[in-house]
Ligand binder design. Structure first.
Ligand code: 5GP
Length: 191
């Protein structure tokens, strides 16, 4: 078991509806040493890539994306959720359905911060059905930039997102893949 899997076993809480709560160490209260370790692990897994930018989506991806960006020595950009339907032409826009909130958001990135010269590492905390990653891929490719890889802290392997993204040919690395979890017994099985 790796460091993140161990922490999930210790402090993760399984909620009904296939939700894993990790808010005591990853996305509400943050264990900064753990997040730094996650950043180093992404650097190790994508060491051969010439990354120029790390891209994530607000809010819960921002923490780990910062640590990853620091390892690569590049800026971190996060896609902002926007309610406005009148988005001007200075933005790349994608529609993302939220797994946890079940609503749709437009997410936007300023054209100033992604260019065709960029080689992008996309980072997020969770991968479930893959909507967030698909939105970030779409924004990156709209900019003419290259998706070099996608790094996820926790993939729920029993949901479809990981398979879809890998089948599209992208290099996806998940630090912990949960293949099964049981809200009643609290049991978690990793791949
Ligand atoms: P997807 O777009 O892949 O369906 O869902 C990914 C997004 O939903 C992530 O950005 C994450 O914030 C949220 N998410 C999905 N599943 C979980 C989960 O089990 N626990 C938590 N805390 N967030 C999740």
């Amino acid at each position: 078991m790796n460091f993140l899997e161990e922490r999930i076993i210790k402090d993760g809480i399984i909620k009904p509806g296939n939700v894993l709560k990790v808010d005591s160490f990853l996305n509400h209260q943050m264990d900064i040493e753990l997040m730094a370790e996650i950043g180093r692990e992404f650097k190790r897994r994508f060491a051969d890539k010439n990354i120029t930018k790390v891209l994530t989506i607000e809010a819960s991806g921002i923490g780990i994306a910062c640590f990853a960006a620091k390892e690569f020595g590049v800026p971190m950009v996060f896609a902002k959720k926007s309610k406005s339907i009148n988005i001007d032409g200075d933005m790349y826009v994608a529609e993302v359905e939220s797994f946890t909130h079940k609503n749709k958001n437009q997410v936007i990135v300023s054209k100033r911060f992604l260019t065709p010269e960029d080689h992008v590492l996309i980072i997020d905390d969770f991968l479930a059905n893959g909507c967030a990653l698909q939105g970030l891929i779409s924004i990156t490719e709209s900019a003419g930039a290259t998706v070099e890889g996608l790094g996820i802290a926790i993939e729920k392997g029993f949901q479809i997102g990981g398979r879809v993204i890998r089948n599209l040919g992208y290099h996806l690395e998940s630090l912990a893949i949960v293949d099964a979890m049981d809200a009643e017994t609290g049991e978690i099985t990793f791949r």
